[in-house]
Design a protein around this ligand. Structure first.
Ligand code: GDP
Length: 369
C-alpha cells in the first residue's frame, strides 16, 4: 500500500501530490521503486546527494508541536523574517514558545530595499516590531540569503550566542529560510553527506541537522504557511511581483484629492483629502501602476481587473478575493503598507484609503525614509 510507505530519511509518509509538503516525491519515481526498496522523499534525496534543502510546510498543529519541542530544548533560535513583509512573516506567539532561549532575528531580503533606506533605521524598526510582538532578540541583523550579504555576520552572531548549544532556524514559508540555510551549508561544510535528518521526539516532523564543530547542530525546521501573505493570492507566474527580486526603484506621484492608483489588480490607493501632495510608491518595478479618478475607480476596477489591472490574470479573477478598504489620517509622515506587496509613503495630515484582497493586511507605520 503506497499510502503507508515512509521516507527512510525523515519518516514522512510518501506522497506524490504536493512538492511543498513533507514526504513528496514525483509519481514516476515512486512507480519505479520496488516494494522492498528503501525510498527517500525528494527533500531527503536532494539533501543526501546535493547537500541542498528544499522548503516544506506544516499544518498549524504540527507547527505548534514543533515550537513546543524547540521551547523545551536548551538552544539558540534564529528567526528568519522577510523585511519586505514583516506582518506576513512573524510567527505569532513565538516569544511564548522560546521561553528563556535567546533569539537572533534575521531580516532577510535586504537586497531589494532601495538605496535611500538607512540600514540602521531599518534595524531599529525591526527591533521595535519584534518588541511589539513580545520578542526581545539578543541580536537583530539584516541579510540577503540570495546575494549572500549578512551571512558571515549571522554566523559570527550564532557563534557568539550559542554557547555550545544547538541552533534552531525557524521561519514561515517564503521568508527565504531555505535559501539562507543553503548558503550556510555552503559556508560551513562543502563536504558531501554531512547533513542528516532526524525526527523531533514523539512527532513525525523532520528536522535537518547541519553539524557544528563541537558536536552540536544547526537545525532547519519546516515552515508554516502564513495565509495573510499576498503570495497566496497570485499565480506562480506572478509570484515575483509580490517577492521583488531586484532593488526597488521608488515611483513618485503628484496627486490631487480624488485620485486613485491601482497596483496591478492586487491593491488600490485612494487619495481623499489634503491638497496637492506627492506620494512615493515602493513595489516591485514590474508591477503596473495605473492612475485614475476616484469617482470612476470602482467601475474601472470591475472593467479592467485581469486585463489592464493584472495580476490577477484573467483566468484567476473568479477566485480572487474582493478588495477590502482601510482608511487612515496619519499624524506624521507614514508608510501605508500593503502586506507583502510594498508600501506608499504619505505626508502627515492627509486622508487616504488602502485596499487589499480580503485577508491581507493594510496598515500604517512610521515612514522608513
Ligand atoms: P522558505 O519558504 O522560507 O524556505 O523560502 P525560500 O528559500 O524558498 O525563498 C522564497 C522566495 O524568496 C524565493 O523566490 C527566493 O528566491 C526568494 N528569496 C530568498 N532569499 C532572498 C533574498 O535574500 N532576497 C531576495 N530578493 N529574494 C530572496
Amino acid at each position: 500500500n503506497d499510502e503507508e510507505r515512509r521516507c527512510i530519511g525523515c519518516g514522512a509518509i510518501l506522497q506524490t501530490t504536493d512538492p511543498k509538503q513533507p514526504g513528496y516525491l514525483p509519481a514516476a519515481t515512486l512507480a519505479k521503486a520496488n516494494t522492498e526498496d528503501d525510498i527517500y522523499c525528494q527533500r531527503c534525496f536532494r539533501l543526501r546527494h546535493y547537500n541542498e534543502i528544499a522548503p516544506v510546510t506544516l499544518t498549524d498543529d504540527d507547527f505548534l508541536r514543533l515550537l513546543n519541542a524547540i521551547g523545551e530544548s536548551n538552544a539558540l533560535i534564529v528567526n528568519v523574517i522577510d523585511i519586505f513583509d514583516f506582518n506576513g512573516s512573524v510567527i505569532p506567539g513565538l516569544h511564548r514558545f522560546v521561553g528563556d532561549n535567546p533569539v537572533i532575528l534575521v531580516g532577510n531580503k535586504a537586497d531589494v530595499l532601495p538605496k535611500s533606506l538607512n540600514p540602521n533605521r531599518l534595524k531599529n524598526w525591526l527591533q521595535q516590531q519584534a518588541k511589539a510582538q513580545g520578542l526581545r532578540p539578543v541580536a537583530t541583523m539584516l541579510a540577503s540569503a540570495k546575494k549572500g550579504f549578512g551571512v558571515d555576520d549571522l554566523l559570527n552572531a550564532i557563534e557568539k550566542y550559542r554557547e555550545h548549544r544547538d541552533v534552531y532556524v525557524v521561519g514561515v514559508t517564503n521568508t527565504g529560510k531555505s535559501t539562507l540555510i543553503n548558503r550556510i551549508i555552503r559556508e560551513l561544510t562543502g563536504v558531501e553527506n554531512l547533513i542528516t535528518t532526524s525526527r523531533f521526539p514523539g512527532t513525525t516532523l523532520d528536522r535537518i541537522m547541519i553539524p557544528l564543530d563541537d558536536g552540536q547542530s544547526l537545525i532547519d525546521t519546516p515552515g508554516i504557511i502564513h495565509r495573510h501573505q499576498m503570495a497566496h493570492f497570485v499565480g506562480p507566474k506572478d509570484l515575483k511581483l509580490v517577492s521583488p527580486t531586484s532593488v526597488i526603484k521608488p515611483a513618485t506621484y503628484q496627486l490631487n484629492e480624488g485620485q486613485t492608483i491601482f497596483l496591478g489588480g492586487l491593491a488600490r490607493f485612494d487619495y481623499l483629502r489634503g491638497g496637492r501632495q506627492s506620494f512615493v510608491i515602493y513595489t516591485d518595478n514590474q508591477l503596473p501602476l495605473h492612475r485614475t479618478k476616484l469617482a470612476n475607480a470602482d467601475d474601472f476596477y470591475q472593467r479592467h481587473v485581469g486585463g489592464l489591472l493584472a495580476p490577477p490574470q484573467a483566468d484567476e479573477v473568479a477566485q480572487f478575493p474582493p478588495l477590502v478598504r482601510f482608511e487612515f489620517t496619519p499624524k506624521e509622515k507614514s508608510d501605508l503598507v500593503f502586506a507583502g506587496l510594498g508600501w506608499i509613503t504619505v505626508p502627515a495630515g492627509v486622508t487616504i484609503a488602502g485596499y487589499a484582497p480580503k485577508g491581507v493586511d493594510v496598515l500604517l507605520r512610521k515612514a522608513f525614509i
